[in-house]
Design a protein around this ligand. Structure first.
Ligand SMILES: NC(=O)c1ccc[n+]([C@@H]2O[C@H](COP(=O)([O-])OP(=O)(O)OC[C@H]3O[C@@H](n4cnc5c(N)ncnc54)[C@H](OP(=O)(O)O)[C@@H]3O)[C@@H](O)[C@H]2O)c1
Length: 364
């Protein structure tokens, strides 16, 4: 019988994760067993955990251990057992997985390009999280790793830039972007290249050199030096940090010149952001890429969107993953044993922004 190893996070302290050993349940008619080839971890996965209750990420893969949740991650897998006539053994897929060696799934709405996992518990989240894209057999492991790291992040950068572009960038003369060393943040700066407004980075002291080396920002400042940014220019704040104190300082510093506050990330938040009635200026608007993608689907625009997206994602990956511009260095982990330590680093913020952590759960 197949043994499954899975990483489960302690909900009361998301820096703690434990490995669990399980036996794979017998497949019922219509189910398949996916063997996870690789998945990536970034701060975004921590945010899934931070929002686990508020946005129902914990529903997707029920945990075994009491008080624990399964942090989701993006990756590739191969179907190794099947009781579904539409999804045979050998099918490769890309989508959302627990940090695990295997996942039992129930494919529904199978097309030539994708299927939906219709397992009963997968409710309460946007549909994109239940969608699995069919993949070619001739995988390029490096491209697969980069895709696992960047797909959910760059699609957010891309759709956030679309969102701002559709609103004429709120006539911004500058974009001020926090947690500027994060992949989602520098992806946004990259996607906003068609706006003449300057992209200004806010980051921590330890990540300043990395941010300056990226080449996506006109200026970079430490959080403590926010007042060095020109308050006389019309500003859009693109918030990846989710830090409430920083938000307050940004609103006070730019005052009437703050045209829009776009809350995209929560690298430094402990929970879903709460309303702050005392905030000066425009209330933050949460930008949720998954809902934007569901909206494209509802409008019948998914295919057209994905066509242009894939072309532009490839160009971005060539730039950040190319040998001459090392914005990302792949760090591959065989097995799942390193996962708790890597999660602890993301939780305390000590991770190196250049490291792209990829796990090969069935290796080693
Ligand atoms: N709204 C959406 O639809 C959506 C979709 C995808 C991602 N996101 C969000 O975007 C954010 C960035 O994700 P990512 O995966 O791109 O991040 P990442 O590349 O792993 O970024 C790491 C950076 O985040 C900051 N950071 C991380 N942990 C921290 C901690 N504990 N304390 C202080 N700073 C910390 C540091 O940046 P600095 O030193 O520069 O602050 C660090 O270099 C996440 O919150 C993610 O959930 C949102």
């Amino acid at each position: 019988m197949t043994r499954i190893t899975r990483v489960e996070s302690l909900k009361s302290d998301l820096g703690v994760a434990d490995l669990v050993d399980l036996s794979a349940p017998q497949l019922n008619e219509g189910e398949v067993l996916a063997r996870v080839e690789r998945f990536a971890l970034t701060t975004n996965n921590m945010t899934y955990a931070v929002y686990g209750d508020a946005l129902r990420y914990w529903n997707l893969f029920p945990a075994e251990l009491p008080g624990h949740g399964c942090m989701p991650a993006w990756g590739h897998a191969e179907i190794v057992e099947s009781r579904s006539s539409e999804v045979p053994v050998g099918t490769r897929i890309f989508g959302y997985f627990p940090l695990a060696t295997h996942l039992t799934m129930r494919p529904t709405t199978v097309t030539s390009r994708s299927f939906i996992d219709g397992a009963e518990h997968r409710t309460g989240t946007p549909q994109v999280y239940n969608l699995y894209e069919l993949q070619p057999q001739d995988a390029d492991p490096r491209l697969d790793s980069l895709t696992a790291i960047f797909r959910a992040l760059f699609i957010t950068s891309y759709t956030a830039a679309d969102y701002l572009r559709e609103r004429d960038f709120f006539d911004a003369e500058q974009f001020v972007i926090s947690s500027a060393s994060s992949k989602t943040a520098y992806g946004i700066a990259y996607c906003l290249a068609d706006s003449p407004a300057e992209k200004i980075a806010l980051t921590s002291a330890r990540n300043m050199d990395f941010v300056k080396g990226l080449g996506h920002y006109a200026e970079a400042h430490e959080y403590a030096d926010l007042t060095a940014v020109d308050p006389g220019r019309r500003t859009v704040y693109v918030d990846l940090s989710g830090d409430g104190d920083l938000r307050r300082r940004v609103h006070e510093h730019f005052g009437d010149q703050l045209a829009f506050d776009c809350l995209v990330g929560s690298t430094q938040a402990e929970g879903f952001p709460e309303e702050d009635a005392s905030l000066v200026g425009p209330a933050p608007v949460f930008f949720f890429a998954a809902l934007q993608l569901d909206a494209y689907k509802a409008e019948g625009q998914s295919r057209a969107f994905m066509q242009r997206y894939r072309r532009d994602e490839r160009e971005f990956l060539e730039r950040v993953g190319g040998p001459d511009r090392p914005a990302i260095k792949l760090v591959e982990h065989a097995g799942l044993e390193d996962a708790p330590a890597v999660i602890a680093e993301f939780h305390d913020g000590s991770t190196d922004p250049v490291a792209g952590h990829v796990f090969i759960p069935n290796a080693g």
